[in-house]
Design a protein around this ligand. Structure first.
Ligand SMILES: O=C(O)CCC(=O)C(=O)O
Length: 267
């Protein structure tokens, strides 16, 4: 059983209030070097798995299918346990992807325009009413049904294209235009090796890199065992056969079992 670092009470409260939280120092430089090598090897391949591929953004989907190094990182015991804390259930894999973002070509002339809140690509894939529910025992906490874990491979300082979040929007229905008037805009910063957890009910957006460094991040999304696998993200049998860790295999496969875990909450 995992006995390492978990999200603290304060971090869980931050997640509950803002819809996202940063866990620093999950990975050390050695592990990050290994994951960065996998990232660099795969970011230009897999044309069938490309989400976007242009001069600024390169993004590849379902990376856990392609390399054990992606599974080692994105299914690390700490990430799994911390997802259990925020989801409040056993987990099922939903999808995974990686994104490399180059400095924006217009960053010297158009800084303000590139940062303007109303010109970002705000989105979320789940309505708050489908995604947020009470914690079993603490009324100040929430659980969220579908959460992203973003691993920072590179340091993300103020100008390095940290994801924009609409704080608190994970609990509020409405379009991004409505929410821009109601929620503060926050921009993520964090050091390489951190993991950022955010609910998929949180309105968020990628944003231009205004500094000189490429920004590399890796994502995995987990939900409960009754959740649908994301579009085209079913893990092929040939990959499952290669996964020796039983928990990882069950999470990737979706738990072929009678009923669900935790139907009867602990008293
Ligand atoms: O690249 C980012 O900062 C955000 C990415 C994102 O929102 C997404 O992949 O859904």
């Amino acid at each position: 059983m995992y006995r390492g670092t978990m999200l603290t009470e304060d971090q869980l409260r931050t997640f509950s209030e803002r819809g996202w939280v940063v866990q620093p120092d999950v990975f050390d430089p050695n592990s990050l070097g290994r994951y960065q090598e996998a990232f660099d090897e795969h970011i230009d391949g897999h044309s069938e798995a490309r989400l976007q591929h242009d001069d600024i953004i390169r993004s590849i989907q379902f990376v856990v299918n392609f390399d054990v190094r992606f599974r080692d990182c994105l299914m690390a015991p700490q990430i799994i346990e911390e997802n259990r804390q925020i989801t409040g259930t056993e987990l099922k894999y939903i999808t995974s992807w990686i994104i490399s973002r180059n400095p924006a070509p217009g960053r010297y002339e158009d800084r303000n325009a590139l940062l303007a809140p109303d010109s970002q690509s705000w989105h979320r894939d789940l309505r708050p009413k489908w995604g947020i529910y009470p914690h079993d025992s603490d009324p100040r906490l929430i659980n969220s049904v579908y959460n992203n874990s973003m691993v920072l491979l590179t340091d993300i300082g103020k100008d390095d294209g940290g994801t924009l979040m609409l704080d608190g929007s994970h609990r509020i229905e409405g379009s991004w235009q409505d929410l821009l008037g109601k929620c503060d805009v926050s921009q993520l910063t964090g050091s390489a090796g951190s993991v950022v957890y955010f609910s998929e009910t949180l309105m968020h957006s990628g944003v231009a890199v205004l500094g000189e460094r490429r920004r590399d991040v890796m994502f995995i999304a987990y939900g409960p065992p009754w959740f649908k696998t994301w579009y085209r993200s079913t893990v092929p049998d040939v990959v499952l056969a290669d996964v020796s860790d039983e928990l990882q295999r069950n999470i990737l496969e979706g738990w072929d079992m009678f009923g669900y875990h935790g139907q009867h909450p602990a008293m």
